[in-house]
Design a protein around this ligand. Structure first.
Ligand code: 3PG
Ligand code: MG
Length: 396
C-alpha cells in the first residue's frame, strides 16, 4: 500500500513533486489544461500546509539535450492559472546549484517549477547519480504523475531510493479508480477495447479475458475478428495475419466464460473522408470495395442494452474512425449512453488512453464518466496487467 499526503508532515519541508506537465501546446499556449488541473489539488494542499514545493516534469522528448522549444518555462504561468493564481516561479535547471539555491530560498507554501528533466540524459537512463542529484534538494518526494509512471526514469523510480515517497492526490484517485474497476468491481464487468489494430492490444485482450465478463471489440480491431470468423470485410483495415490469434482469443474467452461482443451491422464508405457517401449494412453484406468505418445503429442499440445490464465499464479505444465525422456517431452514442447509466447510478465507467479521451471529449461525455484517466501509454500498460515502475516504488 502506498502512503498519501495524509501521512505526510509537510510544514517547512522541501517537497519534490513529480507531475506530468507534458501537455499539448500550440503557439506557446496550453491547448488542453486537464493534466494541470489534475495536478492542482496536490499542489494547493501542500502549499496550504506550508510545504516548500519544487515541481519537476518532462516535456516532449529532447533526449538529453537542451532544446529551447521544449522548455517548461511557458508552462509556469499556465500552472499558476490552474492553481487559482498561486505564484509559480520558474527555475532554469532541475538539479545543481541553481535549483538548490532556488529551493532553499522558498518560503512556506511557496512553489517552483524546475526546467525539463529530459534536458539531462540521466533522467531517461534512470542514472543513479542524476537521481541522487534530484533528491539532494528535497526532504520528501511525491509522485502525482500516473501518466508517466510506466517509465522507469530517475524522477519516477530512482529518486524514491533516496527520499520517502508518497502518492499525490491525482495519483491516489487514479490508482483507486483503476484498481477498483479491475480488482473489486461492481459486476458484471464489460471492457470495451477499440482502436485500429489488434496487434497493439493483444496483451491487453489476453489480460482482460480473465478479469471481465464481456469484451466488447470495436474499431478496426473488430474487422480482424470478423474476418477470422469468415466474414468478408471488403476493403476495411484488417490484420489478416492475426486471424488465428483472434480465433484463439475467442476460444479462450469461451473457455473462461467471457462473452465477446462484435458489431452486427456497420457503416461503410468508399473512403475515409468527410462528406463521403455512407451506407449502413449487416456485417455479412460488406461489398469488396467498401470499408467499415463505424458500427451501425443496430449494433449501437445492442451495445447500449448490454451496458444497461453491466455494473462496470472499462473503456479504451474508439468504436469507429471518430476523427472523421460522421464516423464518430457510434462512439458518441455509446459514450453518451454510458454517461447516462453512470448518472443513473447503475454503471461505474472508467476510461483512458490518448484517443479515448479525445473521442469522449468529442462526444461531450467526459464529465459523465466516473473516472477518465489522462494517461496514454501508462493506462495501456496497466490494462496489460503490468506493474508500473513509478507506482511500484510508492508501494515499497
Ligand atoms: C505521455 O504524455 O504519455 C507521458 O507524459 C509520457 O511521455 P513519454 O511517452 O514521452 O514518455
Ligand atoms: Mg506517450
Amino acid at each position: 500500500m502506498f502512503k498519501t499526503l495524509d501521512q505526510m508532515e509537510c510544514l517547512g519541508r522541501r517537497i519534490i513533486v513529480r507531475g506530468d506537465l507534458n501537455v499539448p501546446v500550440r503557439d506557446g499556449r496550453v491547448t488542453d489544461t486537464t493534466r494541470l488541473d489534475r495536478l492542482a489539488p496536490t499542489l494547493k494542499e501542500l502549499s496550504g500546509k506550508g510545504a516548500r514545493i519544487a515541481v519537476i516534469s518532462h516535456f516532449g522528448r529532447p533526449k538529453g539535450k537542451e532544446i529551447p522549444e521544449m522548455s517548461l518555462r511557458p508552462i509556469a504561468d499556465a500552472l499558476s492559472v490552474a492553481l487559482g493564481g498561486l505564484p509559480v516561479d520558474f527555475v532554469e535547471d532541475c538539479v545543481g546549484e541553481t535549483a538548490r539555491a532556488a529551493i532553499n530560498g522558498l518560503s512556506d507554501g511557496g512553489l517552483l517549477l524546475l526546467e525539463n528533466l529530459r534536458f539531462h540524459a540521466g533522467e531517461e537512463a534512470n542514472d543513479p547519480v542524476f537521481a541522487k542529484a534530484l533528491a539532494a534538494n528535497g526532504d520528501l518526494y511525491v509522485n502525482d504523475g500516473f501518466s508517466v509512471s510506466h517509465r522507469a526514469h530517475a524522477s519516477t523510480a530512482g529518486i524514491a531510493h533516496h527520499l520517502p515517497a508518497y502518492a499525490g492526490r491525482g495519483m491516489q484517485a487514479e490508482l483507486e479508480a483503476l484498481t477498483t474497476a479491475l480488482e473489486t468491481p461492481r459486476k458484471p464487468v464489460a471492457a470495451l477495447i477499440g482502436g485500429a489494430k489488434v496487434s497493439s492490444k493483444l496483451t491487453v485482450l489476453g489480460h482482460l479475458l480473465d478479469k471481465v465478463d464481456s469484451l466488447i471489440i470495436g474499431g478496426g480491431m473488430a474487422n480482424t475478428f470478423l474476418f477470422a470468423l469468415g466474414i468478408d470485410v471488403g476493403a476495411s483495415l484488417c490484420e489478416a495475419n492475426l486471424a488465428n490469434t483472434a480465433l484463439k482469443i475467442m476460444a479462450r474467452a469461451d473457455e473462461v466464460g467471457c462473452g465477446i461482443v462484435l458489431p452486427s451491422d456497420v457503416v461503410i464508405a468508399a473512403a475515409l473522408e468527410e462528406g463521403v457517401a455512407t451506407e449502413t449494412v449487416p456485417i455479412a453484406a460488406v461489398p469488396p470495395d467498401r470499408m467499415i468505418l463505424d458500427i451501425g445503429r443496430d449494433s449501437v442499440a445492442a451495445l447500449n442494452a448490454h451496458l444497461g445490464g453491466c455494473g462496470t465499464l472499462l473503456w479504451n479505444g474508439p468504436l469507429g474512425a471518430f476523427e472523421v465525422p460522421p464516423f464518430d456517431v457510434g462512439t458518441n452514442a455509446v459514450a453518451l449512453c454510458a454517461a447516462e447509466l453512470t448518472a443513473a447510478g447503475t454503471l461505474v465507467s472508467v476510461a483512458g488512453g490518448g484517443d479515448t479521451v479525445a473521442a469522449l471529449a468529442g462526444a461531450d461525455a467526459i464529465d459523465g464518466f466516473t473516472y477518465v484517466s489522462t494517461a496514454g501509454g501508462a493506462f495501456l500498460e496497466w490494462l496489460e496487467g503490468r506493474e508500473l515502475p513509478g507506482v511500484a516504488v510508492l508501494n515499497n
